[in-house]
Ligand binder design. Structure first.
Ligand code: ADP
Length: 281
């Protein structure tokens, strides 16, 4: 019987640690820790995410600097807000909520965030620091996955990890972090031939393709660990990239959706925010 990996509990423990760290930082440096969330437009899913990021930040003692722009805000207007936050000493981290409205150039706007405040780890500089294994801020979801595996006592050295998906946000940085932990890493994507043959070789399968129930029983070898990054609304509530019902009996451990990787992503955002504050002092 598979063991269900409790991301909610692990995330709660990380947030408690962050809160202690924020308290200590404030008493030692006499400075506050602040997170600026920038939301452009009124995408309902983005609104939900930003609201919970702000709520959990405040609970960890992080000051809330929220900026809301209308859906028709121009490139220069958004850039000016980011520049202002970049200059503001009370702002430790800047989070530009994605996706942005289509008329905006996301990459250019992300790259206006100084790497020291890049709590999503998505700027070109942060990507370069990750590629070079140099100190910097890493993307939150990959950090959350590694923290979850660490909390489970899983040693990644030498294990075969297959990452399904090569996005800038998840798959690509995750593959780099797993490599740094000495895993043997394979990355699959939309052009991969015979996905199941590849994923069946894995000790750990990490599904981050953004396709509901892409991973079925035929994709997983007996006793494997399965991490599900997907989150999709369906008639039966939230579901992942993994067909949990079919896959979980085969695995040794598996993350649920919701309550797996999702809460870990926000916990790592908070950890990146205190980390950013330290980098800046
Ligand atoms: P994410 O939320 O993980 O960043 P994206 O939608 O940005 O999701 O990226 C989806 C990724 O999943 C892409 O890299 C794409 O190549 C990959 N992908 C899509 N379909 C498949 C598939 N059938 N098998 C493996 N990978 C896939």
């Amino acid at each position: 019987m598979a063991q269900i990996i409790d991301g909610k509990a692990a995330a709660g423990r990380i947030r408690d640690l962050v809160k202690d760290d924020v308290d200590k930082f404030r008493s030692v440096t006499h400075r506050t820790v602040g997170l600026a969330t920038v939301l452009v437009g009124d995408d309902p899913a983005s609104e939900v995410y930003v609201t919970s990021k702000r709520r959990l930040s405040r609970q960890a003692g992080i000051e809330d600097h929220h900026r809301r722009l209308s859906a028709d805000a121009g490139q220069d207007e958004v850039a000016a807000v980011i520049d202002e936050l970049a200059e503001d000493d009370a702002v430790s981290g800047i989070l530009l909520q994605l996706p942005l409205p289509k008329h905006l150039d996301s990459k250019a706007l992300i790259d206006r965030i100084p790497w020291q405040k890049d709590v999503d780890g998505l700027t070109t500089t942060s990507a370069g620091l990750l590629a070079r294994n140099a100190p910097g801020l890493r993307p939150c979801t990959p950090l959350g996955i590694l923290a979850l595996l660490r909390a489970e006592g899983i040693d990644l050295s030498g294990v075969s990890a297959v990452v399904v998906g090569r996005s800038e946000l998840v798959g690509k940085p995750l593959a780099q972090l797993l490599l740094q932990q000495n895993a043997t890493v394979t990355v699959t994507h939309s052009r991969t031939r015979d996905l199941a043959t590849v994923t069946r070789t894995a000790d750990i399968v990490i599904a981050a393709a953004g396709i509901p129930h892409l991973i079925g029983a035929e994709h997983v070898k007996a006793g494997a660990i399965v991490i599900d990054v997907g989150i999709h609304r369906s008639a039966n509530g939230l579901i992942g990239d993994v067909d949990f019902e079919a896959v979980s009996p085969i695995t040794s451990r598996i993350t649920p959706v919701p309550g797996g990787v999702g809460p870990m992503t926000i916990a790592e955002l908070l950890r990146n925010t205190i980390q950013a504050a330290k980098i800046q002092t």
